[in-house]
Each structure stands twice: as C-alpha cells, then as structure tokens.
Ligand binder design. Structure first.
Ligand code: FES
Length: 116
C-alpha cells in the first residue's frame, strides 16, 4: 500500500499555484561577418561587406585591387580570401582560370559575389 505525504499547504484548496512559464521562441540571429579580408600578392585588403561583386566592393572602398578584363579571363583580379562572409560558388570562368587554386581560397574578384 502506497502512502501519500501531505503537507499543510497541499490540503488547502487553491493554496498551491504553479507558475506557467511559456518560453517564447528565440529569433535565429545569424552573424554575418562585416569584413572581408583578401590578399592580392603581398597586399592585404580589408573590405566592408556590400552586396555585389567582390571587385566592385573593393574598388568602391578605394582598395587598389589589380584587375583588367572584368570578364573572368585575364586572371589579374585573383585574390586569396583570408576571412569573410560566404561568397557565391565559383562559376565556370573561375573553374577554368583557377582550377585547383579554388581549393586554397583563391577567387576571381570580378566573378565572386558577396552573399548576404
Ligand atoms: S579582371 Fe580579368 S579575370 Fe577578373
């Protein structure tokens, strides 16, 4: 036979109040790095993220990135992305021009788009 333990408070109707705590769903906040750090040759550039091509963002912020064709054919704008937000997947021109260098973080600044 099971015995129940009663306290003085449990015998008085309505004396026990259990707070109901409803948890609100927390919004998912993604932190997008605000800076992109790229290297071209021996120079490093810090670029604030902006929608569009990586080269355009750099030039708009007066970063002296080397470039020529803007079509993905000359390779002058090749940069190594050291840190930063997600860029668009490499396109056909980048695959042709950079091949295995893509795996080492190299991108064509005129082709890579900053995703936000
Ligand atoms: S400027 Fe020629 S490949 Fe980017």
């Amino acid at each position: 036979m099971r015995q129940r333990a009663f306290t003085v408070g449990s015998l008085i109707p309505g004396s026990i109040s259990v707070p109901i705590i409803q948890q609100q769903p927390q919004p998912v906040v993604r932190s997008i790095p605000e800076k992109i750090i790229i290297q071209q040759g021996s120079q490093k550039f810090e670029i604030s993220t902006a929608k569009g091509k990586l080269l355009d963002a750099a030039l708009n912020q007066r970063k002296p990135i080397q470039y020529k064709c803007r079509k993905g054919t000359c390779g002058q704008c090749t940069v190594k992305v050291l840190q930063g937000p997600t860029l668009s997947p490499p396109n056909e021109q980048e695959h042709k021009k950079l091949a295995n260098a893509l795996n080492n973080g190299y991108r064509l600044a005129c082709q890579a788009e900053i995703l936000q």
